[in-house]
Ligand binder design. Structure first.
Ligand code: UGA
Length: 445
């Protein structure tokens, strides 16, 4: 079998991970990125975002020439047998997805693709988008939807040791060709994991072929359901606060039921990131457009929006007025393992505290640079925990391993006597603070 050439359009989390991995699975891969700063980072053999293991695989593939970073569609697309569209889909102010990059990439590629090329959509798009993109492509080009399920922070691992690969389209041969790419990647996965310095796995994932619109709907439905689980857990957490139950105990036992599962039932400050908030509002928009009731997701969305404020209310109930009080938010990334701060609950909490007149400082081990512009002007950003002393409240908003390892002693100098440790991600055992001079506040416990 002759070596296939792949062009990946867009070097975000999905595009760059996909490109770098396929470049180690006997493909020649172009990664096309218009942003000069990002492109230069990739050319020098590293990612422009923090992601476990990715730099090593980018570096080796760039050095050996199997990964070719470029900003040129003209250089890459005509040479490709398969084009992956991985461009961004930011949300519009009304919550619907902004598809201008998706259509723009298809338009720019349309005249450059040779007949028989497979155009694969990996960007998350509302159901029905693929049919519209197909209208822009020449009849000899085949269109396949291949949604992405990787998580930031474990992008390399998730792509190598996937639960399932989904490909949907009208041409079954093209769908099969796309699934074959992942079969080939799977045959190289342990070697790539070792090179990346991440653990190897043993998961045997499923290969699923579907109709085009099913594939598009699978992606947003999966994210929406996970978001729904989180909001459900948060509703039970609020009830737990009222009835003196511990939501962690509740969810440990409820999640032990295999039909339910424990994953994504962690209550806390709610979900953030570039995916759940956008996909939930995207699903709501698709439903409205089609005259379908999606109240269940509207409820999940509004519970999520209320969680940062709920946590600040808990702090006020505990220490009274926030005016002039020193408080610090630790954790500004939307979750651990990433420097991404999009829709980060930690940033929302910091800004609400600031609006209540508190003297707010903040720290994140990876995401200070990314968080800076979204924090209110008065908030002080620290490069380390050293300056954080004698605060009335410390709020843990991201479950970073370095925070997880803290015990009562670590907080003693940070928090004044009678001050509060607010565990907005429920990572500590509340009883471990019972002997200390600080009060522990979790979410729903
Ligand atoms: C999510 C999905 O998990 C991926 O499968 C999907 O491919 C990706 O979106 C995408 O569409 O690209 P990601 O946004 O990287 O991945 O992050 P998650 O690990 O899913 O976490 C999302 C948010 O939910 C985070 O803010 C996290 O802290 C929060 N969360 C997660 C909870 O509040 N509770 C939980 O129990 C789990």
């Amino acid at each position: 079998m002759s070596q296939k050439t792949i062009a990946v359009l867009g070097a975000g989390y999905v595009g760059l991970t996909t490109a770098a991995l396929l470049a180690h699975a006997e493909y020649k891969v172009y990664v096309v990125e218009p942003n000069a700063e990002r492109l230069n980072a990739i050319k020098s053999g590293r990612s422009f975002f923090f992601e476990d293991g990715i730099d090593a695989i980018i570096k080796k593939a760039v050095d050996t020439g199997t990964l070719i970073p470029t900003d040129s569609y003209e250089q890459s697309v005509p040479d490709a047998d398969i084009v992956f569209s991985c461009v961004g889909t930011p949300d519009n102010p009304d919550g619907s997805s902004n598809l201008s990059y998706v259509f723009g990439a298809a338009e720019q590629s349309a005249q450059l693709m040779k007949s028989g090329t497979i155009y694969v959509q990996k960007s998350t798009v509302p159901v029905g988008t693929g049919k519209k993109v197909m209208e822009l492509l020449n009849p000899g080009v085949h269109y396949v939807s291949n949604p992405e399920f990787l998580r930031e922070g474990t992008a390399v691992y998730d792509t190598l040791y996937f639960d399932r690969v989904v490909a949907g389209g009208d041409d079954s041969e093209s769908v099969e060709s796309v699934l074959d790419i992942y079969r080939q990647l799977e045959s190289h996965r342990d070697t790539i994991a070792e090179l990346a310095g991440i653990p190897t796995g043993s998961r045997k994932g499923l290969y699923i072929s579907t109709k085009l619109n099913s594939a598009e709907l699978i992606k947003v439905t999966a994210n929406a359901f996970l978001a729904l689980k989180i909001s459900f857990a948060n509703s039970i957490a609020i009830l737990s606060d009222h009835v003196d139950a511990d939501v962690v105990e509740v969810m440990d036992a409820v999640g032990a039921d295999e039909r339910i599962g424990r994953a994504f039932l962690n209550a806390g400050r709610g979900y953030g990131g570039g995916c759940f908030p956008k996909d939930v509002s995207g699903l709501i928009s698709s439903s409205i457009e089609n005259g379908v009731d999606m109240d269940v997701m509207q409820a999940a969305q509004s519970i999520n929006a209320s969680m940062p404020g709920y946590i600040v209310e808990k702090i006020r109930d505990s220490i009274g007025s926030l005016a002039g009080k020193k408080v610090a938010v630790l954790g500004l990334a939307f979750k651990a393992g990433t420097s991404d701060t999009r829709k980060s609950p930690g940033i929302k909490i910091a800004n609400i505290l600031d609006e209540f007149g508190a003297e707010v400082s903040a720290y994140d081990p990876q995401a200070n640079k990314e968080a800076k512009d979204d924090l209110n002007d008065g908030i002080v950003l620290y490069d380390s925990l050293d300056p954080i002393e004698d605060h009335a409240a410390i709020i843990i908003a991201t479950e970073w391993p370095e925070f997880r390892s803290f015990g009562a002693q670590d907080f003693e100098s940070m928090i004044i006597d009678g001050g509060v440790l607010v565990d907005a991600v429920n990572i500590y055992n509340p009883t471990s603070f019972s002997e200390s001079n600080l009060r522990y506040i979790g979410v729903g416990r």
